[in-house]
Design a protein around this ligand. Sequence first.
Ligand code: NAD
Ligand code: IPM
Ligand code: MN
Length: 360
Amino acid sequence: MAKSILILPGDGIGPEIMAEAIKVMRLANDKYQLGFELIFDELGGAAIDKYGVPLADETLERARQADAVLLGAVGGPKWDKLERDIRPERGLLKIRAQLGLFGNLRPAILYPQLADASSLKPEIVSGLDILIVRELTGGIYFGKPRETRVLENGERLSLDTLPYSESEIRRIAKVGFDMARLRNKKLCSVDKANVLESSQLWREVVEQVAKDYPDVELSHMYVDNAAMQLVRAPKQFDVIVTDNMFGDILSDEASMLTGSIGMLPSASLDANNKGMYEPCHGSAPDIAGKGLANPLATILSMSMMLRYSFAQTAAADAVEQAVSDVLDQGLRTGDIWSEGYSKVSTREMGDAVVAALAKL
Ligand code: NAD
Ligand code: IPM
Ligand code: MN
């Protein structure tokens, strides 16, 4: 039976990187007879331009009907002045929440060929393979009240709220433990339990869930220390589980260990492994439209889709091998380029991955 993939290119570099991921997906589709049917729609600024809102109801319905969603990135200066509730980013948050995509997997893996592109010394990052499990539909991103009020003295006060229920913590903790079980059986839960009420509950619930996973070694770390440890000795981590905002920040930090934010893919999964797949980076307005963006994070997100939504392990492995092969060939987009390598455009990088995949 055909599998439908909803493609949401988004804004900025979104359409450029998506075009390359689609080429790779089409080849994988033929080569491995995946039976994919692609459907296209808009999210973010492009959706504001087309529908007047960052996520149209019909788009959300298409996402619900699809077997998986592949997203580029959203946002950009063109829409930054809009009212807060209809900014492009609101569309992204809404689709995550409406689809119940609470489990966000952000693997930070250093391809050995990129050891010298990392901002850290090769010996600190060589062999790096960590997984950040980020809670994606709760916490301060969604908490109410969330408002700006005018005080009696006339000045404005804005506030956000950071709520977590036991069930929200339990289900993301389970994802963390399950992932750790499939890997090196070490889980580090990152919080700010020395200050925040919600983090104290987080720690308690993670401890409870740990009782069902005696084979996984659990540790806890405060987020400020975790940010430091990630650049001091990142290989001490196997799986990190953390809340929505800490996970957002730590995953961008972790991306530089792998050479570039342009290398970091992600999967956002619901309770049944229905998923949306997107690079961790944004729409990069500073380089949009110039053919400079690295498409590998999007191509690797597509490969996560093959793995998690469709259990197409051979196809996913092959896409990752093709990425490794183009790095072996010395091809680098600007973000991972250094002296001695061939600098290529977004399209050249995508074409090279297609050629490498065709040879496998
Ligand atoms: P960004 O990730 O877009 O860019 C940060 C820096 O990384 C920029 O210098 C950019 O050129 C570079 N970069 C990002 N992706 C790259 C790639 N594939 N190849 C090479 N270089 C790359 O973050 P930002 O500048 O803080 O945000 C820009 C816009 O993107 C904002 O509107 C923001 O809200 C949005 N955003 C969207 C998402 C998403 O859609 N998931 C994620 C983050 C930011
Ligand atoms: C990400 C982005 C989003 C987030 C923004 C654009 C809403 O930074 O996917 O990491 O903070 O989750
Ligand atoms: Mn982010």
